[in-house]
Write a protein that binds this ligand. Structure first.
Ligand code: HEC
Ligand code: HEC
Length: 339
């Protein structure tokens, strides 16, 4: 009995827990407990995590497995609440993602959209090259699936927390009706809309030749890319060097050095295409899909050029004409494929 209690007490003190966001901490003291209570009702607790937007496919056991993987492999960087503020995060550039804004960079969906689940699976499987985000290829697929469901649970929880906090601040009370009839349906709509909106290239991928690379270089220099990435693509522009560019998480960001062999968003032609088409959410990298609607082939020329410069400096070799990989139509399945 005594031992039991002792062990119980001890594990209770070591139990990690979610921490409230800055927006909640800044509310008047009498509102905070109410906000936390409502958030717990819809988005669960650390002991009993809930996936707010769940079509029924994700079980409690799946979330608990995801949490166990997360606490073992992700928490040191991404933090217990998914705030990107784990114990080793502070010195990192770029910072680990704060999931709570619901904004993801490497999506297959249009600019400003939520990611689809397969985007997160791809990122967790492959990692983000050139950053501290490791690849988790060694994990069994069911652990990757589970941890992604848990990341989604933390994400929805964070998004709802922000909604409730903003409403509470405005209304000076927690209005349950607004939470149920506005905040949650709004979030649901955003996530559901993303599910059917993956970017499919405007024209089929050509076999890349030197002509594509040359035209891509021309477009790179004349369509605004070099303003941020520099004429040589290395990102040595005054704004970059001065640290003037910021992302929505409040951190300094730089237009990528495209020549370093370290494309974060993936190395496949379709990955580079989507980065140029959709931009990178949360960062100054704009989407160019609309700008090139009348000249869809420019999208592939730019892709060919970016792949060319990214490989040439690292390898000391250049893409031979005709060497590009064949176009693979994008389906959910091929999209999941690791590179
Ligand atoms: C050593 C630190 C570290 C660990 C451990 C880590 N991450 Fe990350 N993670 C990062 C960093 C840094 C980024 C930001 C990369 C960027 O912005 O380009 C990131 C970004 C992400 C993203 C966002 C990708 C996007 O499209 O915006 C997801 C999802 C993610 N990590 C999931 C995980 C999961 C799941 C685990 C554990 C299985 C994990 N991470 C472990 C550092 C880490
Ligand atoms: C307003 C500044 C700006 C302009 C204009 C711009 N970029 Fe970017 N670009 C960025 C920033 C910032 C990033 C890095 C975002 C991050 O990962 O934090 C980036 C990233 C990228 C990436 C992703 C690299 C990776 O690591 O995967 C590609 C590809 C890219 N840009 C290509 C282009 C092309 C092609 C153009 C012109 C059509 C262009 N960019 C115009 C700012 C810009």
């Amino acid at each position: 009995m005594l031992l039991c209690c002792f062990v119980g007490c001890q594990s209770r003190t070591e139990q990690p827990d979610f921490v409230s966001s800055e927006e909640v901490e800044n509310l008047p003291p009498e509102l905070k407990p109410e906000v936390r209570k409502v958030l717990r009702e819809y988005a669960g607790s650390f002991e009993q995590p809930v996936l707010l937007m769940n079509d029924g496919a994700v079980s409690k056991a799946q979330l608990k497995l995801g949490q166990a993987v997360y606490q073992k492999r992700c928490v040191q960087c991404h933090g217990v609440s998914g705030d990107g503020n784990g114990p080793v995060a502070s010195s990192m550039y770029p910072r680990p993602r704060d999931y709570r804004k619901g904004v993801y960079k490497f999506t297959s969906t249009p600019y400003g959209s939520k990611p689809v689940r397969s985007d997160l699976i791809r990122t967790v499987t492959n990692g983000v090259r050139g950053t501290s985000m490791p690849s988790f290829k060694m994990l069994p697929p069911e652990e990757i699936e589970a941890v992604v469901d848990y990341v989604l649970a933390l994400t929805h929880r964070g998004e709802l927390e922000l909604q409730i906090a903003v409403l509470a601040d405005f209304e000076e009370e927690v209005d349950l009706e607004l939470v149920e009839e506005e905040s949650i349906p709004l979030l649901k709509r955003l996530w559901e809309r993303a599910a059917g909106s993956q970017v499919v290239p405007m024209s089929p991928q050509p076999v890349f030749t030197q002509e594509h690379i040359d035209r891509g270089r021309e477009a790179f220099l004349t369509k605004g890319c070099s303003k941020c990435h520099g004429e040589d693509g290395r990102g040595q522009t005054p704004d970059n060097l001065a640290g003037n560019l910021k992302d929505i998480w409040g951190n300094v960001t730089r237009a990528a050095d495209l020549t370093g062999g370290m494309l974060r968003g993936g190395q496949r032609p379709i990955d580079v295409y989507r980065r140029i088409f959709s931009g990178i959410n949360g960062t100054p990298m704009p989407g160019f899909g609309n700008a090139f609607k009348q000249e869809p082939e420019t999208m592939w020329d730019l892709t060919a050029y970016v792949l060319h410069v990214t490989n040439s400096r690292r390898m000391g070799v250049s893409h031979l004409p005709g060497q590009g990989s064949p176009y693979i139509p994008v389906t959910e399945e091929t999209d999941d494929a690791t590179d």
